[in-house]
Design a protein around this ligand. Structure first.
Ligand SMILES: Nc1ncnc2c1ncn2[C@@H]1O[C@H](COP(=O)(O)OP(=O)(O)OP(=O)(O)O)[C@@H](O)[C@H]1O
Length: 649
């Protein structure tokens, strides 16, 4: 069962499914987590054969796309590599034949039937052959290393380019994210691995065929015997080699959990909690125990594989020795020459190596092909949110009228909708606060407005047009947004802010203005190198900012654009009371002429909005001015009173 799972993307998905469905975390519970079973281990010969055939066709089918990729990466190097491979494949046979001729010439000279001239000539030929072997070996190494470098760059570039086109749900889904990670980390080295396995296969096939042909010309019996001798070793290799491979590909769940435990203890972001809760010893001990079980499993597999392999190998050695004895006797009897004996000895070793090579080449190709399937599955995934064929031009200027018309949204795989039949309108230039309990759907509403997701039902309109009719990039360019989980870039203060409007990242006046708007300017000016100070710990002299200071930087990034829509998801969560007050004072000014939407849990800031939109469990519960909602005495009034009473004691 070379193909533990057969070929094709379906099986591939099955193989990798295991990496995401983690039942036991490994932090507590039983240590002996069972290994995932290789997909259906066939018992009878027929299904074994079927599976072998399926995986063979699957693997071979993967070859043309890799050949295309190699060809595109470098034509001259591909040609050289193929030529060198053909030569290298023929070399063992030619060398063996030359050795036979030399041996026969020596015997002839000994018997007085020939001179030393032939011997010198043949020895020179042999020297030439050894030189060619060495040169082809070196050439193969050079070509492979250069191709490897070039191909990794080419593929990573393609993966990055494709990833940047993908929609948000692709990154938020654990399976698709796994696919991306594997495509980025594993796949780049695989095409060349596949190519060198294929070339190795070609080389050994040539050696194999030419050796057999040569032997056949000397003695058909020898050819048959040389063909049959390595079969036991081949059977053993294919059974146990494939099992080891299947286990590697499936990845033992224990190993995955061990890696997680190790990351908890060795990663900076976890260090604080690990120390605070005194988790270190527990985690290290769990790692040790899991490691013990893991080692036991490996020991069994390695032990069985090698013991069985060695016994079958012994059988091959025995067969080989018996044949050598038979030929020796034939030589003595005068039926074969001494050269034939030398030829057989070289050929037997050559054929055996070729059979092993064929097997290694094939398993290599099979394994690499599985990873390549991940790469091609990823590259074949089309983004869900795309530019329409004929996008509607953005209104100029955008007035900022927003309408949610019976909008519902359910996250992929979720059972409940995050937004349920929500309808409302926001007038141009209006400032609206969105409130609601945790999980009510506030961030989801903002993500839909930025078209990071499309509604499952209903329509969102901007200035009267369905936002799906616009080019998403154009739409987003009209929105200044800050999300709850903003990014802290390992870059200078100016770059951190300038990234909000890439075209003006070098415009220092603009960057400083954005920093003033968010309240970040004062802190940045106090830094040793001002706006050129590196932020974050990746730099030796990087400045560590506090949570609130980072938030001001993220806000400044949003303020880089003069966009007609301003969307802020909890902009003041990390700010102190004074900074919050100052921000909202400025926001009044900043939001003039723009439609502003902000999410907040702080009612002191919420009440300053023109109108307040209250979400409850994905539904629109209330929508109106603070005074109206207070007068209505609904959920908003209750929550407001609750928070206010806490302040007033
Ligand atoms: N990427 C996601 N995939 C699946 N479900 C999600 C995802 N993001 C949010 N949800 C779910 O959708 C619901 C609404 O989430 P949302 O983030 O919009 O809430 P929120 O009102 O912003 O909450 P909070 O006040 O805690 O920020 C929640 O029940 C959450 O579990």
């Amino acid at each position: 069962m070379i193909g533990a799972g057969g070929g094709g993307p379906h099986t591939l998905r099955h193989l990798f499914d295991g990496t995401t469905t983690v039942a036991d975390s490994g932090l507590t519970g039983p240590i002996d987590i069972p290994d995932e079973k290789p997909v259906g281990t066939p018992k009878d010969l027929r299904s074994r054969w079927d599976r072998l055939r399926a995986s063979a066709t699957g693997t071979v089918r993967g070859l043309p796309r890799v050949a295309r990729l190699t060809w595109q990466t470098s034509r001259p190097m591909t040609i050289v590599t193929v030529l060198v491979t053909v030569v290298a494949g023929l070399m063992p046979t030619v060398t063996a034949y030359a050795a036979k001729l030399l041996m026969d010439a020596v015997v002839a000279a000994l018997q007085g039937r020939g001179g030393t001239g032939t011997i010198v000539w043949l020895a020179t030929v042999q020297f030439g052959l050894f030189t060619v072997t060495a040169v082809t070996g070196a050439l193969t190494n050079v070509c492979q290393q250069l191709m490897q470098e070039k191909m990794v760059l080419t593929i990573r570039h393609r993966v990055m380019a494709h990833a940047s086109r993908m929609h948000l749900s692709f990154f938020e889904g654990s399976r698709s994210y796994d696919l991306l990670r594997q495509a980025d980390q594993e796949a780049p080295t695989r095409p060349l691995g596949m190519m060198s396995s294929a070339l190795g296969l070609m080389k050994t096939s040539i050696t194999f065929a030419s050796m057999i042909a040569l032997l056949f010309s000397v003695s058909p019996l020898l050819a048959v015997v040389a063909l049959l001798a390595p079969i036991p070793a081949f059977v053993a290799e294919s059974r146990y080699g494939a099992r080891g491979f299947a286990l590697t590909v499936l990845g033992s769940p224990i190993r995955r959990r061990m890696e997680y435990l190790a990351s908890l203890v060795t990663t900076d972001t976890y260090a604080k909690e690990v120390k605070l809760f005194g988790l270190g010893n527990h985690l290290v001990d769990r790692f040790r125990q899991l490691g013990k079980v893991y080692y036991e499993r490996q020991r069994k597999l390695v032990g069985t594989r090698n013991a069985v392999g060695a016994s079958w190998g012994l059988l091959t050695t025995f067969t080989g020795s018996a044949i050598a004895l038979y030929i020796s006797l034939e030589v003595v009897g005068g039926t074969l020459t001494l050269g034939d004996l030398a030829l057989y000895t070289a050929a037997a070793a050559g054929v055996q190596a070729a059979v092993a090579g064929l097997f290694i080449g094939f398993t290599g190709m099979y394994e690499n092909n599985l990873y390549l399937d991940t790469l091609y599955t990823f590259l074949g995934t089309e983004p869900e949110i795309t530019t329409p064929p004929q996008p509607r031009p953005m209104p100029d200027p955008v007035r900022g009228h927003i309408e949610f018309d019976h909008v519902s949204f359910r996250y992929p795989g979720a059972s409940d909708p995050a937004l349920d039949d929500v309808s409302f309108e926001i007038q141009p230039g209006e400032t609206v606060a969105v409130v609601g309990r945790n999980g009510a759907g506030k961030s989801t509403l903002v993500k839909l407005l930025c078209r990071l997701y499309d509604p499952t039902a209903g329509t969102i309109r901007l200035d009267g047009a369905d936002i799906r009719e616009f080019d998403p990039a154009e739409l987003r360019a009209r929105i200044s947004a800050m999300f709850q989980d903003y990014v802290t870039y390992q870059a200078t203060a100016a770059e951190n802010i300038g990234l909000g409007d890439l075209d003006r990242i070098e415009d220092r006046d603009r960057v400083e203005e954005a920093a003033r708007r968010s309240g970040a300017a004062e802190r940045i000016e106090r830094l040793a190198r001002g706006y050129d100070s590196p932020l974050g710990r990746w730099f030796d002299d990087g400045v560590s900012l506090s949570g609130g200071e980072w938030q001001k930087i993220a806000l400044a990034r949003a303020f880089m654009r003069d966009a007609p829509l301003l969307v802020l998801d909890e902009p003041t969560a990390a700010l102190d009371a004074q900074a919050e007050h100052e921000l909202f004072t400025r926001l009044h000014e900043l939001s003039r002429g723009r439609t502003t939407l902000y999410i907040s849990h702080r009612f002191s800031t919420v009440r300053q909005a023109g109108r307040i939109l209250v979400l409850d469990n994905g539904k629109l519960a209330e929508f109106g001015a603070h005074s109206e909602l207070m007068a209505a005495g609904g959920g908003y009034a209750d929550l407001f009173t609750l928070q206010a009473s806490a302040y007033l004691g």
